[in-house]
Design a protein. Structure first.
Length: 465
Protein backbone atom coordinates (compact mmCIF):
# COMPACT_ATOMS: atom_id res chain seq x y z
CA UNK A 1 0.00 0.00 0.00
CA UNK A 2 1.36 3.39 -0.94
CA UNK A 3 0.46 6.71 0.67
CA UNK A 4 -0.08 9.98 -1.14
CA UNK A 5 -0.64 13.54 0.03
CA UNK A 6 -3.96 15.37 -0.25
CA UNK A 7 -1.96 18.21 -1.85
CA UNK A 8 -0.30 15.94 -4.40
CA UNK A 9 3.24 17.28 -4.14
CA UNK A 10 5.20 14.40 -2.63
CA UNK A 11 6.19 11.09 -4.19
CA UNK A 12 4.23 8.16 -2.76
CA UNK A 13 5.61 6.74 0.50
CA UNK A 14 5.23 3.46 2.40
CA UNK A 15 3.12 3.01 5.53
CA UNK A 16 6.22 3.18 7.72
CA UNK A 17 7.33 6.46 6.16
CA UNK A 18 3.80 7.85 6.36
CA UNK A 19 3.79 7.21 10.13
CA UNK A 20 7.16 8.87 10.63
CA UNK A 21 6.24 11.81 8.39
CA UNK A 22 3.04 12.72 10.29
CA UNK A 23 2.13 15.84 8.30
CA UNK A 24 3.06 15.37 4.62
CA UNK A 25 6.12 17.37 3.56
CA UNK A 26 3.97 19.48 1.21
CA UNK A 27 1.70 20.53 4.10
CA UNK A 28 -1.05 18.06 3.17
CA UNK A 29 -2.32 14.94 4.90
CA UNK A 30 -1.36 11.39 3.97
CA UNK A 31 -3.89 8.92 2.59
CA UNK A 32 -3.69 5.31 1.39
CA UNK A 33 -3.90 5.04 -2.37
CA UNK A 34 -6.29 3.51 -3.25
CA UNK A 35 -8.69 3.43 -0.31
CA UNK A 36 -9.23 -0.33 0.05
CA UNK A 37 -12.49 -2.26 0.17
CA UNK A 38 -12.94 -5.98 0.81
CA UNK A 39 -15.40 -8.47 -0.72
CA UNK A 40 -18.29 -10.22 0.98
CA UNK A 41 -16.37 -13.48 1.39
CA UNK A 42 -13.66 -11.68 3.35
CA UNK A 43 -16.22 -9.91 5.52
CA UNK A 44 -17.74 -13.33 6.21
CA UNK A 45 -14.40 -14.63 7.53
CA UNK A 46 -14.02 -11.54 9.74
CA UNK A 47 -17.32 -12.07 11.54
CA UNK A 48 -16.03 -14.55 14.10
CA UNK A 49 -12.83 -12.68 15.00
CA UNK A 50 -12.10 -11.06 18.34
CA UNK A 51 -10.92 -7.44 18.47
CA UNK A 52 -7.19 -8.13 18.24
CA UNK A 53 -7.52 -10.62 15.38
CA UNK A 54 -9.81 -8.31 13.42
CA UNK A 55 -7.42 -5.43 14.07
CA UNK A 56 -4.55 -7.45 12.62
CA UNK A 57 -6.56 -8.32 9.48
CA UNK A 58 -7.50 -4.70 8.85
CA UNK A 59 -4.10 -3.25 9.59
CA UNK A 60 -2.38 -5.79 7.36
CA UNK A 61 -4.27 -4.30 4.40
CA UNK A 62 -2.93 -0.82 5.14
CA UNK A 63 0.50 -1.63 6.57
CA UNK A 64 1.83 -4.37 4.32
CA UNK A 65 5.43 -3.19 4.71
CA UNK A 66 5.43 -4.35 8.33
CA UNK A 67 6.16 -8.06 8.83
CA UNK A 68 3.03 -9.94 9.98
CA UNK A 69 4.47 -11.13 13.31
CA UNK A 70 5.67 -7.58 14.11
CA UNK A 71 2.25 -6.10 13.48
CA UNK A 72 0.66 -8.89 15.49
CA UNK A 73 2.98 -8.15 18.42
CA UNK A 74 2.29 -4.40 18.25
CA UNK A 75 -1.48 -4.95 18.23
CA UNK A 76 -1.39 -7.37 21.17
CA UNK A 77 0.85 -5.10 23.19
CA UNK A 78 -1.28 -2.01 22.49
CA UNK A 79 -4.59 -3.57 23.53
CA UNK A 80 -3.37 -5.61 26.49
CA UNK A 81 -3.38 -2.30 28.40
CA UNK A 82 -7.19 -2.13 28.15
CA UNK A 83 -9.25 -3.26 31.13
CA UNK A 84 -11.39 -5.62 29.03
CA UNK A 85 -10.41 -8.26 26.47
CA UNK A 86 -13.15 -6.98 24.21
CA UNK A 87 -11.22 -3.67 24.00
CA UNK A 88 -14.30 -1.70 22.81
CA UNK A 89 -17.40 -3.42 24.26
CA UNK A 90 -20.79 -2.77 22.67
CA UNK A 91 -23.48 -2.34 25.32
CA UNK A 92 -27.24 -1.93 24.92
CA UNK A 93 -28.74 0.48 27.46
CA UNK A 94 -32.31 -0.58 26.74
CA UNK A 95 -32.64 2.41 24.40
CA UNK A 96 -29.50 2.48 22.28
CA UNK A 97 -26.27 0.76 21.49
CA UNK A 98 -23.25 2.43 23.05
CA UNK A 99 -19.79 1.49 21.82
CA UNK A 100 -17.56 2.08 24.85
CA UNK A 101 -14.23 3.35 23.57
CA UNK A 102 -12.97 4.35 27.01
CA UNK A 103 -11.48 1.17 28.45
CA UNK A 104 -7.85 2.21 27.92
CA UNK A 105 -5.47 3.54 30.57
CA UNK A 106 -6.72 7.17 30.51
CA UNK A 107 -10.44 6.39 30.01
CA UNK A 108 -10.83 8.32 26.76
CA UNK A 109 -11.13 7.03 23.22
CA UNK A 110 -7.78 8.53 22.23
CA UNK A 111 -6.13 5.57 23.96
CA UNK A 112 -7.34 3.28 21.16
CA UNK A 113 -5.08 5.10 18.71
CA UNK A 114 -2.28 6.30 20.97
CA UNK A 115 -1.58 2.97 22.64
CA UNK A 116 -0.97 1.60 19.15
CA UNK A 117 0.99 4.60 17.88
CA UNK A 118 3.30 4.65 20.94
CA UNK A 119 4.34 1.05 20.37
CA UNK A 120 4.60 1.55 16.62
CA UNK A 121 6.83 4.64 16.98
CA UNK A 122 9.09 2.83 19.40
CA UNK A 123 9.47 -0.14 17.04
CA UNK A 124 10.14 2.03 13.98
CA UNK A 125 12.73 4.08 15.85
CA UNK A 126 14.49 0.96 17.02
CA UNK A 127 14.59 -0.38 13.48
CA UNK A 128 16.19 2.87 12.34
CA UNK A 129 18.49 3.17 15.35
CA UNK A 130 17.03 6.58 16.13
CA UNK A 131 15.48 8.39 19.07
CA UNK A 132 12.72 10.99 19.22
CA UNK A 133 11.56 13.79 21.48
CA UNK A 134 7.80 14.24 21.29
CA UNK A 135 6.53 17.74 21.93
CA UNK A 136 2.85 18.62 22.25
CA UNK A 137 0.30 20.86 23.92
CA UNK A 138 -2.93 19.70 25.52
CA UNK A 139 -6.11 21.15 26.94
CA UNK A 140 -6.91 17.82 28.56
CA UNK A 141 -7.44 14.37 27.07
CA UNK A 142 -4.79 14.16 24.37
CA UNK A 143 -1.88 14.85 26.70
CA UNK A 144 -2.55 12.03 29.10
CA UNK A 145 -3.38 9.55 26.33
CA UNK A 146 -0.12 10.49 24.56
CA UNK A 147 1.89 10.14 27.78
CA UNK A 148 0.40 6.71 28.46
CA UNK A 149 1.12 5.74 24.87
CA UNK A 150 4.90 6.25 25.20
CA UNK A 151 5.71 6.10 28.91
CA UNK A 152 8.64 3.84 29.64
CA UNK A 153 9.82 3.66 25.99
CA UNK A 154 13.60 3.92 25.96
CA UNK A 155 13.97 5.65 22.61
CA UNK A 156 11.30 8.32 23.19
CA UNK A 157 11.06 11.28 25.57
CA UNK A 158 7.78 13.16 25.74
CA UNK A 159 7.22 16.83 26.67
CA UNK A 160 3.60 17.89 27.17
CA UNK A 161 2.60 21.50 27.83
CA UNK A 162 -0.67 22.26 29.59
CA UNK A 163 -2.05 25.60 30.82
CA UNK A 164 -1.35 25.74 34.55
CA UNK A 165 -4.55 25.47 36.61
CA UNK A 166 -6.74 25.39 33.51
CA UNK A 167 -7.16 21.68 32.91
CA UNK A 168 -9.46 19.69 35.19
CA UNK A 169 -7.79 18.38 38.38
CA UNK A 170 -8.29 14.77 37.28
CA UNK A 171 -6.78 15.46 33.86
CA UNK A 172 -3.76 17.20 35.40
CA UNK A 173 -3.18 14.33 37.83
CA UNK A 174 -3.48 11.73 35.10
CA UNK A 175 -0.52 13.38 33.42
CA UNK A 176 1.66 14.39 36.33
CA UNK A 177 1.46 11.18 38.36
CA UNK A 178 3.12 9.08 35.65
CA UNK A 179 6.46 8.16 37.25
CA UNK A 180 8.42 7.13 34.14
CA UNK A 181 11.58 9.11 33.61
CA UNK A 182 10.93 9.75 29.89
CA UNK A 183 7.84 11.83 30.74
CA UNK A 184 8.14 15.61 31.17
CA UNK A 185 5.07 17.65 32.10
CA UNK A 186 5.26 21.40 31.71
CA UNK A 187 2.63 23.62 33.35
CA UNK A 188 2.71 26.87 31.40
CA UNK A 189 1.68 30.08 33.14
CA UNK A 190 -0.80 31.01 30.43
CA UNK A 191 -3.70 29.71 28.36
CA UNK A 192 -4.03 26.69 26.07
CA UNK A 193 -3.56 29.05 23.13
CA UNK A 194 -0.22 30.14 24.62
CA UNK A 195 0.82 26.50 24.89
CA UNK A 196 -0.12 25.80 21.29
CA UNK A 197 1.61 28.93 20.04
CA UNK A 198 4.83 27.94 21.85
CA UNK A 199 4.77 24.43 20.39
CA UNK A 200 4.08 25.75 16.93
CA UNK A 201 6.91 28.25 17.12
CA UNK A 202 9.36 25.58 18.28
CA UNK A 203 8.35 23.27 15.41
CA UNK A 204 8.83 26.18 13.00
CA UNK A 205 12.46 26.47 14.10
CA UNK A 206 13.60 23.80 11.64
CA UNK A 207 17.18 23.66 12.94
CA UNK A 208 15.97 23.04 16.46
CA UNK A 209 13.43 20.53 15.19
CA UNK A 210 16.03 18.44 13.39
CA UNK A 211 18.76 18.78 16.04
CA UNK A 212 16.44 17.50 18.75
CA UNK A 213 14.54 15.10 16.45
CA UNK A 214 11.18 16.52 17.48
CA UNK A 215 8.15 14.36 16.79
CA UNK A 216 4.46 14.96 17.27
CA UNK A 217 1.54 12.67 17.87
CA UNK A 218 -1.33 14.90 16.94
CA UNK A 219 -4.46 13.57 15.34
CA UNK A 220 -3.30 13.98 11.74
CA UNK A 221 -0.98 10.94 11.97
CA UNK A 222 -2.41 8.33 9.61
CA UNK A 223 -1.86 5.47 12.07
CA UNK A 224 -4.27 7.14 14.50
CA UNK A 225 -7.05 7.13 11.92
CA UNK A 226 -6.23 3.53 11.00
CA UNK A 227 -6.46 2.29 14.59
CA UNK A 228 -9.91 3.87 14.83
CA UNK A 229 -11.26 2.16 11.70
CA UNK A 230 -11.19 -1.14 13.58
CA UNK A 231 -13.94 -0.49 16.12
CA UNK A 232 -16.44 0.60 13.46
CA UNK A 233 -15.94 -2.71 11.69
CA UNK A 234 -15.95 -4.64 14.96
CA UNK A 235 -19.28 -3.19 16.14
CA UNK A 236 -20.89 -3.51 12.70
CA UNK A 237 -19.98 -7.16 12.26
CA UNK A 238 -21.19 -7.94 15.75
CA UNK A 239 -24.64 -6.50 15.03
CA UNK A 240 -24.81 -8.17 11.63
CA UNK A 241 -23.86 -11.51 13.16
CA UNK A 242 -25.82 -11.43 16.43
CA UNK A 243 -28.79 -9.21 15.61
CA UNK A 244 -29.24 -9.89 11.92
CA UNK A 245 -28.67 -6.23 11.09
CA UNK A 246 -28.55 -5.37 7.37
CA UNK A 247 -26.41 -2.35 8.07
CA UNK A 248 -25.50 -0.16 11.02
CA UNK A 249 -25.64 3.62 11.53
CA UNK A 250 -23.14 5.49 13.72
CA UNK A 251 -23.35 8.71 15.71
CA UNK A 252 -19.96 10.29 16.36
CA UNK A 253 -19.17 13.18 18.75
CA UNK A 254 -16.80 15.20 16.59
CA UNK A 255 -14.02 17.75 17.05
CA UNK A 256 -11.07 17.32 14.70
CA UNK A 257 -12.93 15.05 12.26
CA UNK A 258 -10.46 12.22 13.02
CA UNK A 259 -12.88 9.74 14.50
CA UNK A 260 -15.63 10.28 11.94
CA UNK A 261 -13.12 10.12 9.08
CA UNK A 262 -12.14 6.68 10.40
CA UNK A 263 -15.85 5.85 10.06
CA UNK A 264 -15.76 7.03 6.44
CA UNK A 265 -12.79 4.75 5.73
CA UNK A 266 -14.56 1.84 7.48
CA UNK A 267 -17.67 2.49 5.39
CA UNK A 268 -15.71 2.15 2.13
CA UNK A 269 -13.89 -0.90 3.50
CA UNK A 270 -16.94 -3.05 4.29
CA UNK A 271 -19.49 -1.61 1.90
CA UNK A 272 -22.53 -1.77 2.26
CA UNK A 273 -22.58 -2.77 5.95
CA UNK A 274 -22.30 0.77 7.35
CA UNK A 275 -25.26 3.10 6.79
CA UNK A 276 -25.38 6.74 7.90
CA UNK A 277 -22.54 8.52 9.64
CA UNK A 278 -24.00 11.14 11.98
CA UNK A 279 -21.63 13.96 12.76
CA UNK A 280 -22.48 15.39 16.19
CA UNK A 281 -21.08 18.73 17.36
CA UNK A 282 -21.49 20.96 20.41
CA UNK A 283 -21.84 24.76 20.06
CA UNK A 284 -18.56 24.73 18.11
CA UNK A 285 -20.42 23.64 15.01
CA UNK A 286 -18.30 24.53 11.99
CA UNK A 287 -18.73 20.95 10.74
CA UNK A 288 -22.51 20.87 11.19
CA UNK A 289 -22.77 24.12 9.25
CA UNK A 290 -20.60 22.53 6.57
CA UNK A 291 -22.96 19.55 6.22
CA UNK A 292 -26.21 21.54 6.40
CA UNK A 293 -25.24 24.73 4.54
CA UNK A 294 -22.36 23.70 2.29
CA UNK A 295 -19.99 26.31 3.70
CA UNK A 296 -16.88 25.55 5.73
CA UNK A 297 -16.35 28.81 7.62
CA UNK A 298 -14.24 29.55 10.65
CA UNK A 299 -15.92 30.91 13.79
CA UNK A 300 -14.80 31.76 17.33
CA UNK A 301 -14.21 28.90 19.78
CA UNK A 302 -16.56 28.83 22.77
CA UNK A 303 -15.94 26.80 25.95
CA UNK A 304 -18.44 24.04 26.62
CA UNK A 305 -18.98 21.09 28.97
CA UNK A 306 -17.63 18.80 26.23
CA UNK A 307 -14.20 20.50 25.99
CA UNK A 308 -12.50 17.90 23.78
CA UNK A 309 -14.82 19.01 20.99
CA UNK A 310 -14.19 22.74 21.43
CA UNK A 311 -12.51 23.08 18.07
CA UNK A 312 -13.19 25.30 15.08
CA UNK A 313 -10.63 24.15 12.56
CA UNK A 314 -10.90 20.39 12.14
CA UNK A 315 -7.41 19.16 11.35
CA UNK A 316 -8.56 15.99 9.56
CA UNK A 317 -11.18 17.69 7.40
CA UNK A 318 -8.76 17.95 4.48
CA UNK A 319 -8.76 14.16 4.15
CA UNK A 320 -12.48 14.14 3.37
CA UNK A 321 -12.10 17.19 1.13
CA UNK A 322 -9.75 15.17 -1.08
CA UNK A 323 -12.49 12.62 -1.81
CA UNK A 324 -15.22 15.24 -2.10
CA UNK A 325 -13.06 16.86 -4.81
CA UNK A 326 -12.75 13.52 -6.64
CA UNK A 327 -9.10 13.13 -5.63
CA UNK A 328 -8.09 16.36 -7.33
CA UNK A 329 -5.10 17.39 -5.20
CA UNK A 330 -4.71 20.70 -7.03
CA UNK A 331 -8.20 21.74 -5.99
CA UNK A 332 -7.52 20.73 -2.38
CA UNK A 333 -4.38 22.86 -2.40
CA UNK A 334 -6.26 25.79 -3.83
CA UNK A 335 -9.18 25.44 -1.37
CA UNK A 336 -6.91 25.18 1.67
CA UNK A 337 -5.04 28.29 0.55
CA UNK A 338 -8.30 30.09 0.11
CA UNK A 339 -9.40 28.98 3.58
CA UNK A 340 -6.13 30.29 5.00
CA UNK A 341 -6.79 33.69 3.46
CA UNK A 342 -10.55 34.16 3.67
CA UNK A 343 -11.51 31.74 6.47
CA UNK A 344 -14.06 30.01 4.27
CA UNK A 345 -14.62 27.37 1.60
CA UNK A 346 -17.90 27.34 -0.35
CA UNK A 347 -19.18 24.21 -2.10
CA UNK A 348 -21.19 23.67 -5.28
CA UNK A 349 -24.69 22.21 -5.38
CA UNK A 350 -23.41 18.79 -6.50
CA UNK A 351 -20.82 18.77 -3.75
CA UNK A 352 -23.43 19.70 -1.15
CA UNK A 353 -25.56 16.79 -2.27
CA UNK A 354 -22.60 14.45 -1.99
CA UNK A 355 -21.79 15.71 1.53
CA UNK A 356 -25.35 15.05 2.63
CA UNK A 357 -25.15 11.56 1.20
CA UNK A 358 -21.98 10.91 3.20
CA UNK A 359 -23.07 12.51 6.50
CA UNK A 360 -26.03 13.66 8.54
CA UNK A 361 -25.33 16.22 11.24
CA UNK A 362 -26.74 17.99 14.27
CA UNK A 363 -25.35 20.55 16.72
CA UNK A 364 -26.33 20.05 20.36
CA UNK A 365 -26.16 22.81 22.96
CA UNK A 366 -25.31 22.61 26.64
CA UNK A 367 -28.89 22.33 27.94
CA UNK A 368 -29.72 19.56 25.49
CA UNK A 369 -26.54 17.74 26.49
CA UNK A 370 -27.38 17.89 30.19
CA UNK A 371 -30.98 16.85 29.47
CA UNK A 372 -29.77 13.87 27.50
CA UNK A 373 -27.52 12.72 30.37
CA UNK A 374 -30.44 13.13 32.79
CA UNK A 375 -33.04 11.37 30.63
CA UNK A 376 -30.76 8.47 29.78
CA UNK A 377 -29.90 8.00 33.45
CA UNK A 378 -33.54 8.17 34.56
CA UNK A 379 -34.82 5.68 32.03
CA UNK A 380 -31.89 3.24 31.84
CA UNK A 381 -29.50 3.89 34.76
CA UNK A 382 -26.64 4.35 32.29
CA UNK A 383 -24.41 7.42 32.87
CA UNK A 384 -23.21 9.21 29.71
CA UNK A 385 -20.21 11.54 29.66
CA UNK A 386 -20.99 14.95 28.08
CA UNK A 387 -19.20 14.15 24.78
CA UNK A 388 -21.06 10.89 24.37
CA UNK A 389 -24.30 12.68 25.27
CA UNK A 390 -23.82 15.06 22.34
CA UNK A 391 -23.71 12.02 20.05
CA UNK A 392 -26.73 10.38 21.66
CA UNK A 393 -28.76 13.60 21.40
CA UNK A 394 -27.79 14.00 17.73
CA UNK A 395 -28.81 10.40 17.01
CA UNK A 396 -32.19 11.02 18.64
CA UNK A 397 -32.73 14.19 16.68
CA UNK A 398 -31.75 12.61 13.36
CA UNK A 399 -33.60 9.32 13.98
CA UNK A 400 -36.67 10.26 11.95
CA UNK A 401 -34.58 10.32 8.77
CA UNK A 402 -33.17 6.83 9.32
CA UNK A 403 -34.52 3.37 8.52
CA UNK A 404 -35.13 0.81 11.28
CA UNK A 405 -31.57 -0.54 11.37
CA UNK A 406 -29.49 -0.24 14.56
CA UNK A 407 -27.74 2.97 15.56
CA UNK A 408 -24.46 2.81 17.47
CA UNK A 409 -23.42 5.86 19.52
CA UNK A 410 -19.70 6.12 20.14
CA UNK A 411 -18.85 6.70 23.82
CA UNK A 412 -15.63 8.69 23.73
CA UNK A 413 -14.92 9.23 27.43
CA UNK A 414 -15.70 7.67 30.79
CA UNK A 415 -18.17 9.90 32.69
CA UNK A 416 -15.82 10.03 35.71
CA UNK A 417 -13.48 12.24 33.66
CA UNK A 418 -16.13 14.98 33.65
CA UNK A 419 -17.66 14.81 37.13
CA UNK A 420 -18.85 18.44 37.30
CA UNK A 421 -21.03 18.18 34.19
CA UNK A 422 -22.44 14.84 35.26
CA UNK A 423 -23.27 16.18 38.73
CA UNK A 424 -25.12 19.08 37.13
CA UNK A 425 -27.24 16.64 35.13
CA UNK A 426 -28.02 13.90 37.62
CA UNK A 427 -27.19 15.40 41.02
CA UNK A 428 -24.24 13.17 41.82
CA UNK A 429 -20.78 12.39 40.54
CA UNK A 430 -20.18 9.18 38.62
CA UNK A 431 -18.35 6.25 40.17
CA UNK A 432 -14.61 6.50 39.52
CA UNK A 433 -12.94 3.43 38.06
CA UNK A 434 -10.44 1.70 40.39
CA UNK A 435 -7.22 3.13 38.97
CA UNK A 436 -8.60 6.69 39.01
CA UNK A 437 -9.56 6.51 42.68
CA UNK A 438 -6.08 6.78 44.05
CA UNK A 439 -4.76 9.61 41.85
CA UNK A 440 -4.72 12.28 44.58
CA UNK A 441 -2.44 10.15 46.74
CA UNK A 442 0.24 9.47 44.15
CA UNK A 443 3.43 11.52 43.93
CA UNK A 444 3.25 13.96 41.03
CA UNK A 445 5.93 15.66 38.93
CA UNK A 446 5.58 18.81 36.87
CA UNK A 447 7.77 21.73 35.83
CA UNK A 448 6.14 25.17 35.90
CA UNK A 449 7.45 27.57 33.24
CA UNK A 450 6.45 31.04 32.06
CA UNK A 451 4.69 31.30 28.67
CA UNK A 452 7.99 31.92 26.95
CA UNK A 453 9.37 30.06 23.93
CA UNK A 454 13.01 30.37 24.98
CA UNK A 455 12.36 28.99 28.46
CA UNK A 456 10.51 25.99 27.05
CA UNK A 457 13.24 25.40 24.48
CA UNK A 458 15.90 25.49 27.19
CA UNK A 459 13.95 22.93 29.25
CA UNK A 460 13.61 20.63 26.25
CA UNK A 461 17.35 20.96 25.46
CA UNK A 462 18.29 20.05 29.01
CA UNK A 463 16.09 16.96 29.05
CA UNK A 464 16.08 15.73 25.45
CA UNK A 465 17.36 12.32 24.31
C1 LIG B 1 -10.83 13.98 21.01
C2 LIG B 1 -12.18 13.70 21.54
C3 LIG B 1 -13.33 13.82 20.72
C4 LIG B 1 -13.28 14.29 19.27
O1 LIG B 1 -12.63 13.40 18.42
P1 LIG B 1 -12.12 13.90 16.98
O2 LIG B 1 -11.37 12.75 16.41
O3 LIG B 1 -11.24 15.08 17.26
O4 LIG B 1 -13.32 14.27 16.20
C5 LIG B 1 -14.56 13.50 21.27
N1 LIG B 1 -14.68 13.11 22.57
C6 LIG B 1 -13.60 13.00 23.38
C7 LIG B 1 -13.81 12.59 24.79
C8 LIG B 1 -12.32 13.28 22.89
O5 LIG B 1 -11.26 13.16 23.71
Amino acid sequence: MEYISTRGQISPVSFKDAVMMGLADDGGLLLPNPLPSVDRATIETWKGLDYQALCLEIMTLFANDLPGPVLDGLVKKAYSSFDTREVTPLVFTGQQYILELFHGPTYAFKDVALQFLGNLFSWLLEERGETMNILGATSGDTGSAAIYGVKGKENINIFILHPKGRVSPVQALQMTTVPDKNVFNIAVEGTFDDCQAIVKEIFNDLDFKSEYRLGSINSINWSRVLAQVVYYVYATLQLVRDRGAEHVHFSVPTGNFGDIFAGYVAKQLIRPAIGRLMLATNENNILTRFVLEGRYARGAVVSTISPSMDIQIASNFERYLYYLYNMDAGRVRHAMNEFQNSGEIVFSKEERQQVRKDFASASIDQDQTLNTIRECYKSTGYVLDPHTAVGVAAAERLAQNLDDQPVVCLATAHPAKFPAAVRKAIGREPERPESMKNLENLPSRCQTLPADVEEVKRYVMENAL
